[in-house]
Design a protein around this ligand. Structure first.
Ligand code: RB5
Length: 154
């Protein structure tokens, strides 16, 4: 897969390990930093990764900040992005099976390196269940279209 990765300063220490492990698994990685421990604003990184997922330039995105939450809020502003904040094996598995997650948002402060590695593995290898979940995901896409139409009308 083609995967965009980005972190803020809180995720800086884990970023290279994530990228290395994705490359070792045969994925193509686009690296959007951050490239130093200096503080950056997480929306500036989220826009690079989620924008590319939204435009179909990459298959998936991985975002890391202190909690994973700010990145997730920012990423979900983009049409077609289904960013999920995951904390363990179960949330990461269900984010794929039920929500067809295409951006994984992780907490650098709360999760250890081994857990992050395992979660990414599960997230990449778990397919979407489809069926009733496809109907629900399609309703989210409808919501995005409706909001856009309302904006155009005003
Ligand atoms: C940065 O201090 C912190 O707010 C950020 O990494 C993230 O946790 C935001 O949600």
């Amino acid at each position: 897969m083609r995967i965009a990765v980005g972190t803020d300063h809180r995720g800086f220490a884990i970023r290279e390990k994530i990228i290395e492990s994705l490359r070792q698994r045969g994925h193509e990685v686009l690296d959007f930093g951050t490239f130093s421990p200096e503080a950056v604003d997480y929306p500036d990184v989220a826009v690079e990764v989620a924008g590319r997922v939204s435009r179909g330039e990459v298959d998936r995105g991985v975002l890391v900040c202190g909690t994973g939450l700010g990145m997730c809020i920012a990423a979900n502003k983009f049409p077609g992005v289904r960013a999920t904040p995951c904390h363990d094996d179960l949330t990461v598995e269900l984010s794929r099976r039920h929500n067809d997650s295409n951006v994984l948002c992780l907490s650098a402060d709360l999760l250890g390196e081994r857990l992050i590695d395992r979660m990414i593995e599960v997230w990449l290898n778990t397919p979407f269940d489809g069926g009733r979940h496809a109907r629900r995901v399609e309703k989210i896409a409808d919501l995005e279209r409706r909001v856009e139409e309302e904006k155009q009308a005003t």
